[in-house]
Design a binder for this molecule. Structure first.
Ligand code: ADP
Ligand code: ZN
Ligand code: ZN
Length: 792
């Protein structure tokens, strides 16, 4: 028997199947989807079994053997293998890069350099080897150079990987400990005690734990004997920790649906029961009960013996969502998010894999939850950019969801108060079926936001960051004991140093971007390459000491607020939420201690639901409008609508204030009362006129190299390839410098391809990718191909 594997080496050069012989003692054990160890060149590497065959085209003398199998159960199902191929093709990626994205990081083994005895080692070598180590491997770092030199002629050096289960979960780290388990291999005839033990192992429907065997009166010696004879294999298995173990969730009961909710529910439910893979768009204002619809649909999926995946943009930001799911479905819920450690994530993943959790709630990568019978996939806040991975593989969770839905025969539900233009356009053409939720069943209707023109404030002599209107409103809340949420929009807005004499702004020496001022360590920092320098208070250009700081960071705003109102303020930004769990702690402080003001960046815009919040203020509603990105209007509208939804959600009426220098801009005026369809129509005109998505698909090619000349040469070449291969209806823009022209000392140039239909495009992209992979190896010039980019 032969296994065709993908090796765990992330390189286009090995992006194909390699055949290995399955050794006799592993025949029948190794299945498709197993992780195995294989010799690869001079090393041993982790690999994934994609296919199993009786024969191989590789000459018998050339086929090497699989060294070992790493899991009891295969980690990839046939479906996930298929999915990884589809996504790899679509996003022009090596298969392994997608496979390793699908699996939890904990399953990716790290190598360490070790020395192993060669098969044909001389007796002298063996003697030397054994004098250095009793076990079969010696870590090279434990040897002196002299010893190493002495050994090297006799033995092989290789990268050996540690078994991940042992490595990731060292005993100290585990709360509940690692237990050994045994898997049987074949029956045994003589030695009755061993025979009995083996029978027990065989009869057990699950892998047998060593301690269970011991408690039945079989000693470890018996087990060792069985192992030596090759009848059983010993593996380390992890007993999971539950990060939510110590929390108590109030039970939550299902609500009687409103007419609008019921309409959506009934239709989606029909698709679920009919095993149809339709995509639905649930367009509902904040608080309109989208989540309640999700919860009830998931219940039906479970009742029908199926599983459900619920995606949220960033779960650490929405603890309330987790609470609701845990409250409704209890231990059936696995939670996957970036704030968990690798080990914790792996544990949650295991719960899903072995069927103990049937609902997953998590961020982007949990779309790959290893369920075997999915009944429903939900993507909440589907417009959020976090659903597209910004590093390779640059996949979008919705793409993966639709592929999985096709396989499982299940509906996909995209939910949002402000759908992406792409999704809404599809729903208008009936590609997606759309349902609208226009009312709030349990809360006040949305108040209309007020717009304050900050230029008027300045004209009237108020040069502060708070308009008089917002200041008065905050004072009122403080007096009444109600709470205020303030958003400082950080994208496109930073705190920098400027010389009042010559206007010089310190830039990063490696990147084309101004350095951001950080007050707590009095330094200037580059957010792209982490370059840092101390503030000198002297202009590097003209030597003047008349330097000052512009732009207002959250720290500065916090100070101003404290001076103005003299109350407790909770600040949430990247600095205050770095520590694990900090986010949740700050929010729970806001809730329980009723701090009068919560000041934060974008991360406070989502999901918060506190009855006592009656005022929401946006300090700078327009900073995002200036970003060099065709989606700037859309993102502004989405953010403002989102944050406005935080006010007056319960009995108390809410008030919302947007401060802006662009009081007439439609992305702002239409957000005051969440006029989504009006915004959609206006923005679509612009997209049509400027020939952008959703009228066109985009592919962004970014080349980066040390020399501008090389960038230009490469982009000119790519330009030519595109001109020669795409139809006249496509548009090629560039080569032009990227919005950030230099990052980490590399210049960046880009080409944007806009197209409607290019059936042969994939081949063109593959060819370009292959060509530039080779060029990269020789010169270091790199090409990044972003299919359906989020930022252009
Ligand atoms: P969304 O997800 O659209 O923001 P939620 O599902 O969170 O809305 O609903 C907002 C609030 O309304 C929640 O407190 C929820 O429990 C309540 N709710 C939702 N649907 C109903 C209903 N049909 N009857 C009563 N209350 C409801
Ligand atoms: Zn100067
Ligand atoms: Zn930099």
């Amino acid at each position: 028997m032969f296994a065709a594997v993908i090796v765990g080496v992330n390189s286009k050069d090995v992006n194909r199947l390699f055949d290995y012989k399955i050794p006799d003692h592993l025949a029948g054990v190794i299945q498709v989807g197993h992780r195995v160890f294989v010799p690869f060149g001079p090393r041993h590497v982790q690999a994934y079994v994609m296919e199993i065959h009786d024969t191989s085209d590789v000459p018998a003398s050339k086929v090497r053997e699989i060294v070992k199998v790493m899991d009891v159960e295969p980690v990839l199902t046939g479906e996930l293998i298929h999915l990884s191929k589809k996504l790899a093709d679509y996003y022009i990626e090596p298969y392994i890069s997608v496979i390793e994205t699908i699996l939890p990081v904990a399953l990716k083994t790290k190598s360490k350099k070790v020395l192993v005895l060669a098969d044909d080692a001389s007796s002298e070598a063996k003697f030397l080897y054994e004098s250095y180590a009793q076990n079969s491997e010696i870590e090279t770092k434990n040897l002196s150079t002299k010893s190493l030199a002495e050994l090297m002629p006799y033995i092989q050096a290789g990268d050996i990987y540690e078994d991940i289960l042992i490595k990731q979960h060292t005993r100290q780290k585990l709360q509940k400990g690692v237990q050994s388990l045994y898997v049987n291999k074949a029956p045994l005839e003589r030695a009755p005690k061993q025979y009995e033990a083996l029978q027990l192992i065989e009869d057990s429907s699950e892998p047998m734990l060593l301690q269970t065997l011991k408690s039945e009166g079989y000693s470890e010696a018996i087990v060792r004997e069985l192992e030596k004879k090759g009848y059983v294999r010993k593996l380390d298995m992890v007993v999971e920790r539950d990060p939510y173990e110590s929390r108590v969730f109030e039970a939550d009961y299902k609500k009687e649906l409103t007419e609008e909710q019921a309409d959506a529910y009934t239709n989606i439910n029909q698709a679920l029961l009919a095993k149809s893979n339709e995509t639905f768009l649930l367009h509902g204002i904040t608080g309109s009960g989208k989540t309640e619809v999700y919860l009830q649909l998931i219940q039906t999926a479970l009742d029908n013996g199926r599983e459900a995946i619920m995606l949220v943009p960033e779960i650490a930001l929405t603890p309330q969502m987790v609470n609701r799911f845990k409250a409704r479905f209890g231990d059936d819920v696995a939670v996957l998010h970036s704030a968990l450690s690798h080990g914790e994530k792996y544990d949650e993943w295991l719960k899903i894999q072995n069927g103990r959790a049937r609902v997953s709630v998590g961020a982007r990568s949990s779309v790959f939850a290893p369920f075997k019978n999915i009944g429903l996939i939900i993507i909440d806040e589907e417009h959020e950019t976090t659903y597209k991975q910004s590093e390779r593989p640059m996949y979008h969770a919705a793409e993966a969801a639709k592929l999985r839905a096709e396989y499982h025969g299940c509906p996909v539900v995209l939910g949002s108060a402000t759908p992406s233009l792409e999704s809404y356009a599809r729903s208008s053409r009936d590609v997606y079926k759309r349902f609208e939720l226009t009312h709030r069943p349990a809360m006040q209707e949305m108040p209309k936001a007020e717009i304050v023109d900050m230029s008027d404030e300045h004209k009237d002599g108020n040069s502060g960051i708070l308009s008089r209107q917002l200041e008065t409103a905050i004072h009122e809340r403080i007096k009444k004991g109600e709470q205020t949420v303030l958003l400082l929009n950080r994208r496109g807005f930073a705190n920098f140093q400027i010389c009042q004499n010559c206007g010089h702004v310190p830039n990063c020496p490696n990147c084309d971007i101004s350095l951001t001022y950080h007050k707590n360590n009095n330094s200037l920092l580059c957010h792209y390459c982490s370059y840092e320098e101390q503030v000198t208070k002297k202009c590097a250009d003209c030597g003047s000491t008349d330097v000052t700081f512009r732009g207002t960071g959250t720290q500065k705003v916090e100070e101003i607020l404290r001076d103005t109102f003299n109350v407790d303020i909770i600040r949430m930004d990247v600095d205050t939420t770095k520590r694990k769990g900090a986010h949740e702690q700050l929010l729970s402080r806001f809730e329980t201690e009723k701090a009068p003001i919560l000041l934060g960046t974008q991360m406070i815009a989502k999901g918060l639901d506190y009855p006592n919040v009656t005022l929401v203020g946006v300090l700078n509603a327009d900073t995002m409008l200036n970003l060099p990105d065709f989606r700037a209007n859309e993102r502004t509208f989405q953010l403002l609508t989102q944050v406005a939804g935080r006010a007056g959600r319960h009995e108390l009426p809410g008030q919302i204030i947007f401060q802006t220098y662009n009081p007439e801009h439609y992305a702002i005026t239409l957000a005051t009362d969440g006029s989504y369809t009006e915004f959609y129509e206006k923005e679509m005109q612009f997209r049509k006129f400027a020939r952008y998505s959703p009228y066109y698909f985009h592919i962004l090619f970014t080349v980066s190299a040390e020399r501008i000349k090389d960038c230009l040469e490469a982009t000119t070449d790519i330009h030519k390839t595109l001109v020669d291969n795409v139809s006249d209806s496509s548009i090629i823009i560039g080569p032009s410098p990227s919005p950030i022209e230099r990052i980490k000392n590399k210049n960046r140039f880009q080409i944007l391809l806009k197209y409607k239909r290019e059936p042969a495009l994939q081949n063109v992209l593959n060819a370009l990718d292959e060509k530039y992979t080779q060029i990269y190896k020789k010169t270091g010039l790199s090409l990044k191909i972003d299919v359906d980019p989020q930022y252009i």
